[in-house]
Write a protein that binds this ligand. Structure first.
Ligand code: 1HN
Length: 356
């Protein structure tokens, strides 16, 4: 027998369910059923942490090299998909990552799009990317930029396969429904400036007296060579106290603003010295890592959900938003990473917690 109270509760539930059904055809839905999930007490990313071991991935990259040419593929890339976002071409809710292969003699044809791209060179030497009439030769560890809406193509006139990490803001631009793209008419753009022209103008703590930022809010430097970043980290290590969370960590800057090299993505290089056992931290910007040198491990998540990844050179991993991360290394290592931090900062929603 139903008590009067239970009857009241069940009839209230019935009244509500009937309300939902009746108004649904008008595309109306009650907030109170979803309010908690819409504004969770803390970030609850659907993404999961994940590791891609290079020695497992490389054979598939090389098979892709036999299966399709760079020209036919336009971009011969294996996308690093977040296991919880399969089919969405996304490594986090806002970021895309992939490993691109180019072989000697190949051209990846010219095009442009509003999505910004970064390249981080993982394997091989001597391929180039051309941006707005200037070529940049790739070396492992170089960080190279393709600003939004600039013509770009890639080519390889040297020896051996060249592989790089592509980082793009594709999911973010898709979220805003703000993407445009256009194919070039020439297979590869003609070269109009000598290699190194942008670095000569902007790479020495100087800038041309006249003329605005050539790429707006994006850095005028196309390539941040590893030789420089590595040297900077080593100098830092010599005379700076170790940070208990980050080791020795530098951010790449747009020399004209001091801000991030691209409006949507921040990039970092850090060195964890041998014997480093980092403290845990979490931040709202999910991060994609490319291991440059050395070996180490990262523990991501809390309690039973925590995962520990052991990494070596050329491995890649993702730490989603607000997942606690903690690094350790016996031999020491160098890590490159990128995140969507500039957008969090522009919106005033960036949070970071350094735990003990
Ligand atoms: C793109 O243009 C490149 O230029 C790489 O190398 C990856 C993924 C989606 C859309 C455009 C490139 C891309 C891309």
């Amino acid at each position: 027998m139903n008590t009067p109270q239970a009857t009241t509760a069940s009839s209230a539930a019935q009244v509500r369910q009937q309300l939902y059904r009746d108004m649904s055809p008008l595309n109306l839905t009650p907030l109170w059923e979803v309010l908690h999930a819409l504004v969770p007490p803390q970030p609850s990313s659907p993404c999961v942490s994940s590791l891609w071991k290079y020695d497992q991935i490389r054979p598939f990259l090389m098979r892709a090299g036999q299966a399709i040419t760079a020209e036919e593929a336009v971009r011969r890339v294996l996308i690093l998909e977040n296991p919880a976002l399969r089919g969405q071409s996304a490594i986090t809710q806002s970021l895309y990552a992939g490993l691109q292969l180019i072989l000697p003699g190949e051209v990846a044809p010219s095009h442009r799009h509003t999505q910004s791209a970064l390249r981080f060179i993982v394997e091989g030497e001597g391929a180039y990317t051309a941006v707005d009439g200037e070529r940049t030769t790739m070396h492992p560890g170089d960080f190279i930029i393709t600003p939004s809406w600039t013509w770009h193509d890639h080519g390889h006139e040297a020896d051996g396969p060249v592989v790089w990490l592509d980082g793009l803001d594709i999911p973010m631009i898709r979220f805003f429904d703000a993407g445009f793209a256009e194919n070039g008419t020439a297979r590869s753009q003609s070269v109009s400036r000598a290699e190194g022209a942008s670095f000569a103008r902007y790479g020495h703590n100087m800038a041309p007296v006249r003329g605005d930022a050539p790429f707006g809010t994006t850095s005028p430097i196309f390539s941040y060579p590893y030789a420089r970043s590595r040297e900077a980290l080593h100098q830092l290590e010599r005379d700076t106290p170790l940070d208990a969370w980050d080791g020795f960590k530098l951010r790449y800057v747009n020399p004209l603003t001091g801000g991030s090299p691209m409006p949507t993505m921040a990039t970092f290089m850090q060195r964890l010295p041998s014997g480093f056992s980092g403290k845990p931290y979490r931040q709202t910007d999910g991060a994609v890592f490319s291991v440059v040198e050395g070996t180490g491990s990262v523990r991501v998540g809390d309690g039973a959900a925590a995962q520990t990844f052991t990494f070596g050179p050329r491995d890649h991993f993702v730490i989603p938003s607000w997942h606690t991360a903690r690094f350790a290394t016996e031999a020491g290592c160098v890590l490159f990473s990128f995140t969507d931090r500039p957008v969090h900062q522009a919106l005033g929603i960036h949070h970071e917690e350094r735990l003990s």
